[in-house]
Design a protein around this ligand. Sequence first.
Ligand code: GAP
Length: 549
Amino acid sequence: MSNKKNNLSIMEKVVSLCKQRGFIFQSSEIYGGLKSAYDYGPLGVELKRNIMNEWWKSMVHKREDVIGIDASIIMHPKVWHASGHLSGFSDPLVDCLISKERFRADKAPRPQPGDKLDITCMDKGQAKTFAKIIQTKFNIDLNRNGKVLEGLKVIDDSSFGFFKDDIGKPLETFDYKGYVSPSFGSPFLSDERQFNLMFRSQIGSIDVLDDIATFVEKNKNLNGGELRKELENIVKQSAVYLRPETAQAMFVQFQNCQQSMSMKIPFGIAQMGKSFRNEITVEHFVFRSCEFEQMEMEFFIEPGTQKYWLEYWREKRINWWKKFSNNPDNFRYRAHDKDELAHYADACYDIEYKYPWGFDELEGVASRTDYDLKKHAEHSGSKLSYFDQQKQDPETGKNGWRYTPYVIEPAAGATRGLLVYLLDAYTEEAVPDADGNESSRVVMKLHPKLAPVKAAILPLVKKEGLPEIARDIVSSLFKTGINARYDEQHSIGKRYRRHDEAGTPYCITIDGQTKEDNTVTIRDRDTMLQERVDVNKIIDTIKEKLTLS
Ligand code: GAP
């Protein structure tokens, strides 16, 4: 491996391999790419589906007490009023007038009166550029000390000043918002603007712009604030939102699901699919993107049993993630502190993974109380409750108890999970080459059940009838539902390396001996050991390996 490659971080190596091998591509790459949007390539789509199918199997197909749904991505806008997403899912955003950095005001550093406001740039060049912008926009010459711009200080809660030599009266004063930009510490900021994390669209074939244009034409006398309010009302009439989580459909369809399937509490409703968030910070490849996939389940339980079920699902879920991992110790759970809890939760655990930047969230397991069902009942006027004939009402002591179920929610990211398994699988190993010299290989040790392609079928040469035998093997694997790939390009060594990088657990090679005794070699990706197997036993052997894995 070249030195250049060695110096890359694990994240850079995985991102590069994803593109090279067809796991993940930048969206619309030929047009310069769309920020934070990704396309899952031929191997990525298989890996993502395998992860999601395994989740579905474990959460729905292997449980009598969980049923599934596939709800629409666009729901009635009242859903988002009731859930709180329209009011609570918005953040105050601010732009730095110097660096153009955009950030959340409520999370920004807050220097106090008397504190210096040094602007710390990435390097001297950037410091010179920022100093010039400040000089042009605000007519002050900050002192540049390497990459730090000095001379500003907080005066009081609402003003900061430019001081020469840090003493005496300020030469110039400015309005202070009480915070500075997180990356550079700049106090030169725009006004706060509300920013909703939900993607808004319009439903209906008539373009809302026509109504807006007509209104503006007829109301030229309105001031900025009045106009904004009126336009907001026009837009609202046909506004719809792309769901920011899959969860709400399970609350909204609680009654239909429970009644149509005669479910008895405790029971769950599961769903997996796309969610959309206008994230302010998109980061770490597909870790946080604007379009992503979730795997969520709402488990409806009797009030008072939430502690038991929260721990039950925490264990189930963390063990599920570990089952497909090479390094189970890289998973842990962490209880939320009281001030971290979402407004609807009385307790919550994050299942975390040790990413290259440290432990961070992979899945949340939350005890959501009866908040959601009560909110939807209140906003829709529907009775979202459950009647248990076998139980006594704890208040009246009479037989039969009607209550609003509590909910435990394991909410996982499918695309984030895919990143976790890619990082978990990425391995660099020293191995001997064909001549016995030391060389290295990159191998994606994906769990065989998750691997995009289960077996690569490789004729040693492109002649002497070997390709024909190989193609017969491919079609017999296809018939049994095993995803196999025929590959005759390049030397056998290069093909093994290519399939190591693709995470293909088994390589089946057809060679000269195959024609003599009807046997092939099956090479194991991780151990690189080869066994000779009769052609007629290939299907059973691969099936057995996949079942046992
Ligand atoms: N219904 C609860 C809910 O959506 P969340 O913690 O906001 O909770 C659940 O999301 C999971 O969805 C997260 O643990 C994460 O794995 C994934 N997720 C959330 N936002 C994401 C984003 N912008 N990009 C990728 N995955 C995301």
